[in-house]
Design a protein. Sequence first.
Length: 138
Amino acid sequence: MKKKKSWTEKLHDTKDFPRVEEITEKMSKRWGKGTVVIPSPLEVDALMKKVPKCKVTAINHIGAALAKKHNATISCTITTGIFARIAAGAAEEQEQQGVRDIAPYWRTLKEGGLIKAKYPGGVEGQKSLLESQGHKIG
């Protein structure tokens, strides 16, 4: 039986990403014409690490930054979200191992400022971390 990869192993598994591709005809109905970047997990992690203690960001802002970095029209929202979850899981694993420079995943919210329930600790865990850093949760 194949051993399940840890979150940290998934974070470092680039799978040929980043990659910029033409927006397919099917995707163009929603996104228009142009190009889409499929980022690497480490790129998403790096942007999540840049969010300062007093701030939060939304996953769509990370996607926009990735699109700009790669001169693409958009970033793939699905893979950007998946890779944010991987970064969060890796951060939690690394913190348990004593690593200090982890992605503060709780500062990356869903579009519209919603807390991401799939992050470690769920909504309550993320809410607690945000409140401990002075953020007011409504």
